[in-house]
Design a protein around this ligand. Structure first.
Ligand code: NAP
Ligand code: FE
Length: 383
């Protein structure tokens, strides 16, 4: 056995833990930048609660509430300028993965006064960003514990990757997820599942990251349908918040894979939510990866209680389990019915093929035609 891992950040988990922000006063400083989206944290009351806690401990704040899904470089740079102009000492992100990812980028701007070269891989973040607390209100990305920031630039979703952008504190209060609609629960929950599965099958996986992956799959399989079906099911929402967090810890070690890479252009061009499009692609990608990862796929089938003992059959069964799971979650089967143009697939495949990092961690050698075939299978719904 051989591995080399880095674990980063503190995690505070539990009902009502939003109030724990008051115990972090030494990390916040005199003035903090609150980074959030345009609507949801105001409508749910999460933002006003946070502000009340900050007032209780005498912390001033500047509100940057312009984050939209798939945050752009422009908005991140604007947030960075607001941070510097107001002499902020720290950042508190409250919202979905988009707000937390944007806040990471804002932290990079606060140190280097630029973000673009880090996004393009021309420079590496080699210094700690300002003190950073992340408070997720969705259960999916795990961004509150990851070293990734996904930012849209020039119609592409690109990543800054650095341990120096991992939040210092993640406050996971499951109550903040109760306001999610069923579709948001589903789309974000499936993102967490895609992290757990891609993390398991990635060549970056290790025996430690796998522990988090198998556990996350087990929890999501049990609780996502419940969380999707019923808004007030606190236990299900709590377990999904836990699962997305541990899958985040996992992918910070293992990385994700081509499901994510192939999903990005579909999100940019057609606006499909990140997790939703990952869901659609997973069976087709995993069918391609099956010959090299059948033991792990078989192990998942066994963990979920469907194993018959033959690894190859059990691995095939894993794909069937996934498809059956999608029926409960009302996830469509193919890209064609969603209005995707077949002529786009070659353009998307070309973009994915140029991503060297994805090819490195893919468990099978990946050619342009492999990627195109996976897209075509997903397009026509051919497993
Ligand atoms: P999101 O884009 O942050 O939010 C989606 C929508 O959900 C927004 O309209 C938001 O509203 C709303 N929302 C958030 N919390 C809510 C709540 N509790 N109740 C009701 N509505 C709520 O969604 P996400 O799936 O969490 O994040 C996706 C982004 O994360 C993508 O850009 C993806 O690429 C990235 N990602 C990052 C990582 C990582 O490791 N960094 C991993 C996977 C994915 P408002 O805008 O009004 O807040
Ligand atoms: Fe994701």
């Amino acid at each position: 056995m051989e591995f080399n891992i880095t674990l980063q950040g503190n995690i505070i988990f539990g009902k009502g833990t939003l109030s724990k922000v008051i115990e972090l006063i030494n990390h916040i400083g005199k003035i903090t930048l609150i980074v959030t989206g345009k609507k949801s944290t105001k409508e749910s009351g999460a933002l006003s609660k946070l502000i009340d806690y900050l007032k209780d401990i005498g912390v001033n704040f500047v509100l940057f509430d312009k984050i939209e899904p798939n945050p752009t470089l422009e908005i991140v740079e604007e947030g960075g300028r607001v941070f510097l102009e107001n002499g902020c000492n720290s950042i508190i992100a409250i919202g979905g993965g988009s707000s937390i990812d944007a806040a990471k980028g804002i932290g990079v701007y606060a140190i280097y006064k630029e973000v673009r070269p880090f996004l393009l891989g021309e420079k590496v973040v080699d210094r700690k960003i300002p003190s950073f607390i992340a408070i997720p209100t969705t259960s999916g990305t795990g961004s509150e514990v990851t070293k990734y920031s996904i930012i849209t630039y020039n119609e592409k979703k690109l990543a800054i990757v650095s341990n120096f952008i991992t939040p210092d504190y993640a406050i996971l209060d499951p109550e903040l997820t109760l306001s999610m609609t069923p579709n948001l629960v589903r789309d974000t929950g499936i993102d967490a599942l895609s992290h757990a599965l891609e993390g398991l099958f990635s060549l970056g996986a290790s025996p430690i990251s796998d522990i988090f992956g198998y556990e996350a799959v087990k929890i999501i399989y049990k609780y996502l349908p419940r969380s999707f079906a019923k808004k007030g099911d606190y236990e299900a929402r709590e377990m999904m918040h836990f699962a997305s967090c541990i899958a985040g810890v996992q992918i910070s070690m293992s990385g994700t894979g081509i499901v994510h890479g192939m999903g990005y252009p579909l999100t940019i061009k057609y606006g499909f939510p990140h997790g939703f499009v990952n869901a659609l692609l997973m069976p087709y990608v995993f069918k391609f990866e099956l010959p090299s990862q059948y033991e792990k796929m078989a192990k998942i089938t066994k963990i979920l209680g469907f194993g018959i003992g033959n690894d190859y059959f059990d691995a095939e069964k894993f794909i069937e389990i996934l498809i059956d799971f999608y029926r409960i979650l009302e996830i469509p089967k193919n890209l064609k019915d969603l209005g995707v143009k077949e002529s786009d697939l070659e353009i998307f495949a070309d973009e994915v093929f140029k991503n060297e990092r994805l090819k490195r961690i893919c468990p099978r050698t990946l050619t342009f035609n492999d990627i195109l075939n996976i897209y075509k299978n997903a397009y026509f719904g051919v497993i």
